[in-house]
Design a protein. Structure first.
Length: 480
């Protein structure tokens, strides 16, 4: 899965949908010559808002070059604008057009989807957001700009201690949008899990559905609700890092996190370390089974323990063993350990966690999430001259086609855009849009089939290096 959208990327996607909404209102005003004054006002407010966003985007692109700053701030006002514009685009898309000018004018006038009061409210909301966003134009640093875009002015200080541990939390608001309805659904299940004790929740979904985003949200909620007598630990199995896929490493990391939250637990960990390193005897490595027993002992020192583990399916051949041991850990004798597991719906995991004691929820990205990602990537690649700068009608067709066929898979979208970047004419682009593969497997097959004959030996050798290397190889190492 690709990197999460940057702040600049998120704003670029917002500009794209703003332009799309503007064109819909523009065509309405152009056709209905005596349109209501409120519609003209809405059009002017939208033009003013997108102008401010264009300028903010330029500033953000310049400030994001400072790689030393890692953002954990929620850009609330940008997200609020995104929700408004998404609703506008969805509602305005229902307007009917006719080829006959007179008939079209009458139909459009009758089909304006908002009442006068609603249109005025939309104008006021856009005006208010524009005023707030204009403050960001005075920013001279990334921290300052993000504080302007956030409704939480002191969030940097509040998150200093957890920023490094949950840096991926940036994805929460820039990659997968959580509107109020979705938060309500999510909070319903998470509240039950957070307020209960000894409960389990398994969130599964296809690659690119946003599971890691949700794991960051759960970790955030656990940390925010931490009280005396409650321990929190979390772990992420990364497919790029072989060490994170080792079962003993998983449970060892959890034990270390819990140990630093209680003196008696730290003593238990020290005793286990000494057992592994006896004097005058050979040292031995920790075993996952022993670590599970140690975690049970540590859990008894707390009233409540919360464990979040993301990417269990990335453990490869160790997935079945890790699943069994994790479920064993969850079944702590004290019944005070709550587990949140996020993974793909693999059979090794399903056979273990398809249990009444563990609530199972399928995770899927909503259409709005995918659309925002598509718009952002299209704008970014077009600006960098990687993607053909086609006319608005073809660009809109490309966005709609990718969104409708993505099935919640961001990786699928990314691969299709890589392919579309190779199109040199509008005709080639249209043809490619009509021949999009249905699944990721078909996409990968197409990539392999397009390899030139003279490159096949090199590709086979490269894949062998990637498959059999004990450590992840960098591009530079593969080139050598």
């Amino acid at each position: 899965m690709g990197d999460p959208l940057s702040v600049a990327g998120s704003i670029a996607g917002l500009i794209s949908i703003g332009d799309a909404v503007f064109m819909k209102i523009y065509h309405y005003v152009k056709t209905v010559r005596k349109a209501e004054q409120e519609v003209f006002d809405l059009k002017r407010e939208l033009v003013a808002l997108t102008g401010v966003l264009h300028n903010i985007h330029l500033i953000v692109e310049d400030l994001e070059d400072d790689k030393s700053f890692h953002n954990c701030i929620r850009i609330d006002h940008v997200n609020a604008c995104l929700n408004i514009l998404h609703n506008l685009e969805k509602t305005l898309g229902k307007m009917q057009f006719s080829k006959d000018q007179k008939t079209r004018t009458i139909i459009l006038r009758l089909s304006w989807p908002f009442k006068t009061a609603e249109t005025k409210t939309l104008c006021e909301e856009l005006r208010a957001h524009r005023g707030t966003l204009q403050l960001a134009l005075s920013a001279d640093s990334m921290v300052a700009l993000l504080q302007f875009l956030s409704s939480q002015k002191h969030i940097v200080a509040q998150l200093e201690n957890v920023q490094k541990a949950i840096r991926d939390n940036q994805e929460l608001e820039t990659r997968v949008k959580l509107d109020e309805d979705r938060r309500r659904v999510l909070n319903y299940f998470l509240t039950s899990w957070l307020n209960g004790s000894g409960s389990g929740i398994w969130l599964s979904g296809i690659p690119g559905a946003g599971k890691t985003v949700l794991s960051a949200l759960i970790i955030q909620k656990c940390l925010d609700s931490r009280i005396p007598g409650r321990a929190v630990a979390y772990y992420y199995c990364d497919y790029k890092n072989v060490q994170t896929q080792q079962v003993a490493n998983n449970f060892g990391a959890l034990a270390a996190q819990i140990a630093i939250q209680d003196e008696s637990c730290l003593i238990l960990l020290e005793q286990y370390y000494e057992a592994l390193h006896p004097r005058s005897q050979m040292e031995r490595h920790p075993s996952a089974e022993e670590l599970v027993k140690l975690l049970h002992q540590m859990s008894s020192r707390f009233d409540d323990v919360r464990i979040v583990l993301d990417g269990l399916d990335e453990c490869g051949d160790n997935t079945a063993t890790a699943s069994d041991l994790l479920f064993n850990l969850f079944q702590a004798p004290q019944k005070n350990l709550s587990l949140a597991l996020l993974s793909r719906n693999e059979v090794e995991i399903r056979n273990v966690f398809d249990d009444p004691s563990c609530k199972h929820i399928e995770v899927a990205a909503h259409t709005e999430d995918v659309e925002h990602y598509v718009r952002t990537e299209v704008e970014k690649r077009t600006r960098k001259k990687l993607l053909l700068n086609c006319n608005p009608e073809l660009k809109n067709l490309m966005i709609k086609r990718l969104v409708s066929k993505a099935q919640g898979m961001f990786r699928w979208v990314s691969c299709q855009l890589d392919h579309l970047c190779k199109c040199e004419t509008n005709a080639q682009l249209r043809k490619a849009l009509n021949q999009l593969p249905k699944t990721l497997h078909e996409t990968y097959e197409r990539i392999l089939l397009r390899i030139k004959d003279q490159s096949i030996p090199l590709v086979i050798k490269t894949l062998r290096w990637l498959a059999y290397s004990w450590i992840p190889l960098r591009i530079e190492e593969l080139l050598d």
